[in-house]
Design a binder for this molecule. Structure first.
Ligand code: SF4
Length: 343
């Protein structure tokens, strides 16, 4: 029996039941696949329903203000995905009359749609026999085909993409791609796979050779940069100082002032005056927090301080009610809790 037949037979019995499955809706596929990048299925489940209820169509998403889109994404992380999805929806409305294209080449021109998402939309929503190659599929294909070179090498990547494309059947390509994702997520997992339960073990090179644990050879990652910050919760009466980030990382999200490195309580007033332009008094420590991003680790010491001055340019004093409406990154969630619990 062929690879696709074996895999689809397994999928018919074991497919994970997910709300974005079983319907041909390119918008749902786009939203779910965007959310699933770097986020676990269990987490996405709650967000997907809420997001689709709030923005039921690509037109509704395109018409929404960015702040609202970010708010619906709050806690999912990697906010660039949400901003690109939003931009992409506007592009679909402006350039395609609100109809998401079915052709991979056209899909790739849309903001936020890369090779993987294009393949997922074309195959799942439009039944096109194209692959959708993500990390799971790279792992499955390199094991099945016995590709033992480092998958970070461009020529190896191309070979995996070709092998993946050759496996996709003409009939049920969308189910096939989802079956590959499920296989990679539940059986052909990183480290030690459960080959004894695998529907395609008879066709798997790594299984025959007994070296699945060593495949794929992954590109070496640089360790994340550890940055120390003093996070300053500056109160003016019952309002707290915040700003909306313009930097690429966490763009559009609201944060409190942060100064790099750790300092003593004595050093902070002069530093805050110099960096933020505010005179502050009554500094108290308010605990510590740590947040791990892909490329950075923030080690934060939290301080509460007070001022009677107005907010400097680019900053705003917000009330607690206003703060609840803003999209605040998980990285500074602890700081938000400190503010909310401060009497
Ligand atoms: S036999 Fe093992 S290594 Fe091969 S595809 Fe199945 S789970 Fe992965």
């Amino acid at each position: 029996m062929h690879f696709a037949e074996l895999l689809l037979r397994w999928y018919d019995q074991h497919a994970r039941v997910l709300p974005w499955r079983g319907i041909h809706n390119a918008y749902h596929t786009w939203v779910s696949e965007t959310m699933l990048q770097q986020t676990r299925v269990e987490t996405v489940l709650a967000y997907f329903d809420r997001f689709i209820r709030r923005f039921p169509t690509v037109e509704a998403l395109a018409a929404a203000p960015e702040d609202e889109v970010l708010k619906m994404w709050e806690g999912l992380g990697y906010y660039r995905r949400a901003r690109n999805l939003h931009k992409g929806a506007q592009q679909v409305v402006a350039e395609h009359g609100g109809v998401i294209p079915s052709d991979v080449k056209e899909l790739l021109k849309i903001s936020g749609i890369g090779e993987y998402t294009a393949g997922a939309i074309a195959s799942i929503a439009y039944d096109q026999a194209v692959p959708a190659v993500d990390g799971n599929v790279i792992r499955v294909v390199s094991r099945v085909k016995g590709i033992r070179e480092n998958v970070g090498i461009p020529s190896v990547k191309r070979r995996i993409a070709q092998e993946a494309a050759a496996l996709v059947p003409q009939s049920r390509p969308g189910d096939f791609n989802q079956a590959m994702m499920d296989l990679g997520a539940t059986i052909c997992v990183p480290g030690t796979p459960s080959c004894e339960r695998c529907p395609v073990s008879a066709l798997c090179d790594a299984y025959r050779e007994g070296d699945a644990e060593d495949i794929p050879e992954l590109p070496r990652k640089n360790p994340p940069r550890v940055i120390d910050y003093d996070l300053c919760l500056i109160f003016n009466g019952d309002r707290v100082l915040m700003r909306q980030r313009t930097e690429t990382m966490l763009q559009g999200l609201w944060v409190y002032p942060m100064v790099e490195d750790h300092h003593t309580v004595k050093q902070l007033p002069a530093l805050v005056k110099r960096k933020i332009g505010l005179p502050v008094t009554d500094i108290q420590t308010a605990g510590e927090a740590k947040h791990i991003f892909t490329h950075q680790v923030w080690q934060m010491k939290l301080y509460i301080m007070h001022t009677t001055a107005e907010a400097p340019a680019g900053w705003r004093f917000v009330t607690m009610e206003e703060m609840q409406q803003l999209t605040i990154p998980t990285a500074v969630k602890k700081a938000k809790e400190v503010v909310l619990n401060y009497e």
